[in-house]
Design a protein around this ligand. Sequence first.
Ligand code: COA
Length: 386
Amino acid sequence: MSEYQPGLEGVPATKSDISYLDGKQGILTYRGYRIVDLAENSTFEETAYLLLDGELPSTRQLAEFDAQLREHRRVKYNIRDIMKTMPKTGHPMEMLQTAVASLGMFYPNDIPVQIRSPGDESDKYVHGQSIRILARMATIVAMWQQMRIGNDPTQPRNDLSYAANFLYMFHNGVEPDPLVARIMDVSFILHAEHTINASTFAAMITGSTLAMPSYVIAAAIGTLAGPLHGGANEHVIQMLQEIGKPENARPWLDKKLAAKEVIWGMGHREYKVKDPRATLLQKLMMELAESRGNVSPMFETALALEEACEETLAPKGIYANIDYYSGILYREIGIPPDQFTSIFAVARTAGWLAHWRQQVAQNRIFRPTQIYTGYDVRDYTPIPER
Ligand code: COA
C-alpha cells in the first residue's frame, strides 16, 4: 500500500497523451505541439480538433469540424426558459453549471458511452456530443451576459468564427474588430487544456461512471468555480485597482510581502519560470495598446508590479502566471470580471472533453482507497444510556 499524499500531489491518476507541461523550462504542449506555435498559427477550432482527435486536421477535416460547431451553436428555447428563471444576480458559473446540466434532459441519449474500439457507435456518439457541447458552451455564457441585464439574447451567427461569434453575442450583436476577435481566439487556445488538474480530474471521475456528457461537464464546471482553481484573474484586477498607479507598485509590494500576503497572478505549482501563456497574453495586451495608441493605466501598473516582483519573488521561482494578464486583457475588451471564470470554462471544455473521450476509451471506474482513522467496531448504545 502506497503512502497517503494529501491532494494526491505527485500521484499519477491516468496515462494521457493529451498535453505535457515542463514547469522548469516553461513549456506547455498540446498533443506535442508547443502552445506558442498554436497561439501564433492555429485557431481555437483547430486546437479543439487537435485536443479531441490527437492530430492537426487536414483542410477538409477542419472545415467539417468547424461546420458542425457552427451548426450546433443554437440552444433549445427550453434552455433559455430555464435561464430566464434564474436570479440575475447569480454568479455566471452557477448559471453555467445549471444550464449545462440541463442539456442532458433536452438532448437525451440511450447509447452507452464506453468506447470499445475507435470509431464504434459509442466513439461516434462521444465525438458528436463533444462538438455539440463545445458549440453550446460559448452560446450559453454569451446569452447570460445579455439576459442578466434584461436583454433578449442575440442569436448566434454562423458566418463568424467561434471566438468572434462569442464576442458578437456577448456584446449584444456588436461584431468585434479583428484584433479583439484574435485576442479572444488566442485566449481560448491558451486556456483549452492544462494536464490533470482538479476540474479535469472531476470530469474524468464522472466520466468513469459512464455518466452522460452533461454530467461530466457540469461536474467540471462546479470544480473550476472554486477560488483555488479558476478566478485568480478577478483578484488581479482588484489588486491592480488597489495599487492605482505604476509608482505605487514597489512600496505596495514591499508592504504585502512583509505582511506575508499573496500577490495574485504570481506563482504556480508547476511553473518555476514565467508561465508561457502569461508571456503570450502580455504580448497581445501590448498589441492592443499599440493598435489603440495608448497603454491603459492598469496595464502600466501591471508591468511595474511585475518588474518589482522580478527582484523580490523571482529568486524564489515565482513569476507571472496566466491569470496575471488574462483579466487585464478581458477587461480591456469589455468583459466584466465575474465572467472571467465562465470564459475559462468555455475554453477548457475542449480539454475536459478530450479527457472524457480518453477516459471512456480506456475506462476503469475511479475507486481510490482511504486510510481509516476511526473507531474499531463498537456496540450500539441505546439513546437513554448516552
Ligand atoms: N505571492 C507571494 N508569495 C508567494 C506567491 C505569491 N503569489 N507564490 C508563492 N509565494 C511564496 C511562498 O509563500 C513561499 O514562500 P516561503 O518560501 O517564504 O515560504 C515561496 O514563494 C514558494 O512558494 P511555493 O510554496 O513553492 O508555492 P506553491 O506551489 O505552494 O503555490 C500557488 C503555488 C499558485 C498556490 C501560489 O503561487 C499562489 O497562491 N499564487 C497566487 C494565486 C494565483 O495566482 N493563482 C493562479 C495560479 S494559475
